[in-house]
Design a protein around this ligand. Structure first.
Ligand code: 5GP
Length: 194
């Protein structure tokens, strides 16, 4: 998605070879016009999939997920992150190792908001090693729902998550796929094969 790639080039900051900071439009301050365009792009890619619900993870997945939900006319559920879950009644839970924090937390979603018969699109801000996506897929499976695919705002294609998920036969739609980066320079792949 050209508009997103241009924004990353203009405002993204590469902190190391593995971490891109996009605090000015996605992870702290949010650019609503860009989020709207992102939501519409996800919606158009998944419009034939019969999506009934969007699932994301707090907090940075929420903005693009809400915009996609608005465009598709479906509710958005975000998995909550907790250090440790003592009361798990009525919750689907899955462990997720955080790429940025290097710690493992359980994520949870209430049984009330996901269930059999749902066709789910998963959305997240970044795809690195795929751990967040795998945790969300685990929750979709526990709910007896179907996953129609995963929408990622920024994939770091040089990290293994994208291949891991696509090798499992999961549809992964990425709006900006980074081939390589270093401080001061970001290079994108063209269209990602699915
Ligand atoms: P994964 O679970 O695929 O290893 O990592 C994805 C999660 O880690 C995303 O939910 C995102 O919050 C965070 N993340 C991974 N890489 C980056 C990055 O380069 N920059 C930022 N801001 N977050 C990242």
């Amino acid at each position: 998605m050209k508009q997103l790639e241009e924004k990353i080039l203009a405002d993204g900051r590469v902190l190391s070879e593995a971490v891109l900071k996009v605090d000015s439009f996605l992870n702290h301050q949010i650019d609503p016009a860009l989020m709207k365009a992102i939501g519409e792009e996800f919606a158009s890619r998944f419009k034939a999939a019969g999506i009934t619900k969007i699932l994301t993870i707090e907090s940075s997945g929420i903005a693009p997920a809400v915009m996609a939900g608005l465009s598709l006319g479906v509710p958005v559920v975000f998995a909550r992150k907790r250090k440790s879950l003592t009361l798990t009644d009525g919750l689907y839970t899955a462990p997720v190792h955080s790429f940025t924090k290097n710690e493992t937390n359980d994520i949870s979603v209430s049984h009330d908001f996901l269930g059999e018969g749902d066709v789910v699109m998963i959305i997240d801000d970044f795809l690195a090693n795929g751990q967040a996506a795998l945790g969300l897929l685990d929750i979709v499976e526990q709910a007896g729902a179907e996953c129609a695919g995963i929408g990622i705002v920024i994939e770091k294609g040089f990290q293994p998550g994208g291949k891991l998920l696509r090798d499992k036969g999961i549809r992964v739609e990425t709006l900006a796929n980074i081939k390589s980066m270093e401080p001061g320079h970001v290079e994108f792949y063209g269209e990602v094969p699915n």
